[in-house]
Write a protein that binds this ligand. Structure first.
Ligand code: ADP
Ligand code: MG
Length: 263
């Protein structure tokens, strides 16, 4: 059906192998406030190994806070979060390990500007994973090749385009061998012509079975890569369903309103 319409191939789990793996990220009844603002309300969310979950919702609905809470960049007041069965640690060595297990790619690429592309990718594995420099370098080159920027390895971030920098940021996260990758609007800061080169890398990752939570406004990506769409508004998850169901048959007025503005 997709092919007949000239659409890119179906990258969703169903289009890959149809089977969801074990629960990898589990949030139960999570609540968080910023002062008086109840920014995460009774969040229940389970992401299985190999699953691609796209989080949609209007600006200010709590999508970034959700990602940052899963990565422990934010605290939360009640409920529980486990990563691969292990509760989120408060601090210490457990936290460093968690950060290695949960890769995160932000809207701003956050590369180290005074380090080369190669050094940006080898730094984490050498410092946190205690990998030997030679091994870290050869693995980094493989990853840079995978995201198509291996020819830029000895350049500095400012010498690369935004799309290239974001692909380096993805390679840098992958170098830590995360169990799950969080993407928070990874293409929002990019010029339009660079958006697809980043989405293509993400689509490839999805196809290879990476577990992913993706906040994005790219509805084409949501339609073809997501196993599930999670729709948030005012700190709550209002809908969770397949992209087909969400886009064709949204249940809540908030979702209908959201879709009417973007489609
Ligand atoms: P989204 O990513 O969906 O646009 P955010 O998670 O960034 O939403 O923000 C959710 C709400 O929390 C917004 O009202 C925002 O202004 C507020 N907020 C986000 N970060 C902070 C913070 N550090 N302190 C206070 N309020 C914040
Ligand atoms: Mg945000």
């Amino acid at each position: 059906q997709n092919a007949a319409e000239g659409q890119p191939a179906d990258l969703s789990k169903a289009g890959r192998d149809g089977q969801a793996g074990r629960p990898l990220v589990v949030l139960e009844n999570v609540n968080k406030h910023f002062g008086d603002l109840h920014v995460l309300r009774d969040i229940d969310l389970t992401v299985h190994q190999g699953e691609v979950v796209v989080v949609l919702g209007p600006s200010g609905s709590g999508k970034s806070t959700l990602c940052r809470t899963i990565n422990r960049l934010e605290t939360y007041e009640s409920g529980s979060i486990t990563i691969d069965g292990i509760p989120l640690p408060e601090e210490g060595a457990g936290l460093a390990r968690l950060r290695a297990d949960v890769g995160m790619v932000f809207q701003s690429f956050n590369l180290f500007s005074h380090k080369t592309i190669l050094q940006n990718v080898t730094l984490g594995p050498i410092k946190v994973r205690k990998m030997k420099a030679k091994e870290a370098e050869s693995r980094a080159m493989e990853l840079l090749k995978r995201v198509g920027v291996d020819h830029q390895a000895n350049k500095y971030p400012a010498q690369l385009s935004g799309g290239q920098q974001q692909r380096v940021a993805i390679a840098r996260s992958l170098a830590m061998e995360p169990k799950v990758m969080l993407f928070d609007e990874p293409t929002s800061a990019l010029d339009p012509e660079m958006i697809n080169e980043v989405l293509d890398v993400m689509g490839q990752l999805a196809k290879e079975g990476m577990t992913m939570i993706v906040v994005t406004h790219e509805m084409g990506f949501a339609r073809r890569a997501a196993d599930r769409v999670v729709f948030m508004a005012d700190g709550q998850i209002l809908e969770q369903e397949t992209p087909e169901e969400f886009f064709n048959n949204p249940k809540t007025d908030r979702a209908k309103d959201f879709l009417s503005k973007i489609l």
